[in-house]
Design a protein around this ligand. Structure first.
Ligand code: PMP
Length: 454
């Protein structure tokens, strides 16, 4: 008890939180999450909450998966660490790459390049794309096109293709040669309220940007199959197939950032499968090891892999990688995670329970004055809060009702994430229908509490 009390002392100045103003954190005091079991978490006061955040889209198997835990412990006993660098590897790295290639056989994946997390996986994909074109003798193909509102991590490459100013402005100038086109975002776009027409228009905007830049200068287009951090923006079904056609037409590589959507979140094993397309490179993290340990991976499609494997120039060594790439404990956790995803049919659960979840939250648009839009797929859901529903006027910067909503949810036993105007829910993918009902009831109660104060 004394140790827990000490944790809660005013020592917040020592720990700076990502994406948070240090002064604001010192005033607001973060929730200190001390324990987790299944879909539930407890803070240091013993307050129990349903984990509606899933540890930031990562804890897909929940917080106490025994087989994953056992695999981690067994690996610590066998070989806690060895590096994967030229000349050395270890059994779990070999097994995991073979396993991922098998899992992604329908996606024409040939090989896997490991790293430590999502931002690393994105850098790997961007660098492999540029190197691919150099190996093919087309060094001019160096530009990247991405989506506004997209999120691709925090390193300089990913940050440069990010489509949100908040993650970019303080660190400019960024990588040259990165350009952005409109997201097919039905709720906020100047073009149309017809989903199919919007998909076509936004695909055409990508085509026009490729033409404007000069196709022989564009290396790749990168996007999330469903945008996560941008507020769970689900594209119309015709968008990705049209994007694939356009990339093929101009020879541009397609990079799918599956850091959030990979391993079941949207109701299919990968987000690209939701849209019936294959990418050329996939960025994987989070759900790959279910959050138990950090791991990232860039999956490499046949077309890209062949150029590296058949390179006549001697330049195909990948100048990317980390001391902890394919860390044995992470690889062991990922192997056990993949077993569990299959054994528990995690994507199927996300689709089935997710459909119930989406159907229950969607009516909040009509029920609450400050809910402008509810959108999502599977077990990812975004609620956009607005100042005026009729005009879709955005809330002032800083979202004045965010704290009220988060506190009301906390009181009712639900951990939520609020990012700008959006409340984002992404519970563990093993969540049951009853737990979904608890989550939705708690949210509805919290929103009613807030509505009463407006
Ligand atoms: N890409 C996407 C789509 C993400 O959502 C995130 C993290 N939320 C990242 C990349 C970066 O991953 P990480 O935080 O593990 O570096």
């Amino acid at each position: 008890a004394a140790a827990l009390a000490a944790l809660k002392q005013d020592n917040a100045q020592y720990l700076w939180h990502p994406m948070a103003h240090p002064q604001a954190m010192q005033k607001s005091k973060p929730d200190i999450i001390a324990r987790g079991q299944g879909c539930w978490i407890w803070d240091v006061d013993g307050h129990k909450m349903l984990d509606g955040v899933g540890g930031l889209w990562a804890a897909n198997l929940g917080h106490s998966n025994k087989p994953v835990r056992d695999a981690i412990v067994a690996q610590l006993d066998e070989l806690p660490f060895y590096n994967v660098f030229r000349g050395t590897t270890h059994p779990r790295a070999i097994e995991l790459s073979a396993r991922l290639v098998k899992t992604m056989e329908p996606d024409d994946v040939a090989a896997v390049f490991f790293s430590n997390g999502g931002s690393d996986a994105v850098e790997g994909a961007l660098k492999l794309a540029r190197q691919y074109w150099k190996l093919k003798g087309q060094a001019d193909r160096h530009k990247f096109i991405a989506l506004r509102q997209g999120y691709h991590g925090v390193h300089f490459g990913g940050m440069s293709v990010n489509g949100n100013l908040n993650f970019r402005r303080a660190y400019e100038p960024l990588l040259p040669g990165c350009f952005h086109v409109d997201t097919p975002w039905l709720y906020r776009n100047p073009y149309t309220q017809d989903p199919e027409e919007l998909g076509e228009i936004c695909a055409t905007l990508l085509e026009r940007e490729i033409q404007f830049q000069g196709p022989d200068t564009v290396a790749a287009f990168i996007a999330e199959p469903i945008q996560g951090a941008g507020g769970v923006i689900v594209p119309p079904p015709n968008y990705w197939p049209r994007v694939r056609e356009i990339c093929d037409k101009y020879g541009v590589l397609l990079i799918a950032d599956e850091v959030v959507t990979g391993f079941g979140r949207g109701g299919a094993m990968f987000g690209t499968r939701l849209w019936n397309v294959k990418a050329d490179l996939w960025c994987l993290a989070k759900g790959i090891s279910s959050g138990y340990v950090p791991l990232g991976a860039t999956a490499i499609g046949n077309k890209v892999a062949e150029v590296f494997l058949n390179d006549p120039t001697g330049q195909a060594a990948v100048g990317h990688g980390y001391t902890y790439s394919a860390h044995p404990v992470a690889a062991a956790a990922a192997l056990a995670t993949l077993d569990q995803i299959e054994a528990l049919d995690v994507p199927g659960n996300a689709a089935r329970v997710g459909a119930h979840f989406q159907a229950r939250v969607r009516p909040f648009v009509d029920k609450f004055s400050f809910v402008g839009d509810v959108r999502g797929m599977g077990l990812m859901l975004g609620i956009e809060m607005v100042a005026d529903k009729a005009t879709r006027t955005t809330l002032p910067r800083g979202n004045p009702i965010a704290a009220k909503v988060a506190q009301a949810a906390y009181r009712r036993g639900l951990m939520v994430r609020i990012s700008g105007p959006n409340l984002i829910l992404s519970p563990p993918l093993v969540i049951t229908r009853e737990e979904v009902d608890f989550m939705v009831d708690a949210l509805e109660g919290a929103f009613s509490d807030v509505e009463a104060t407006l």
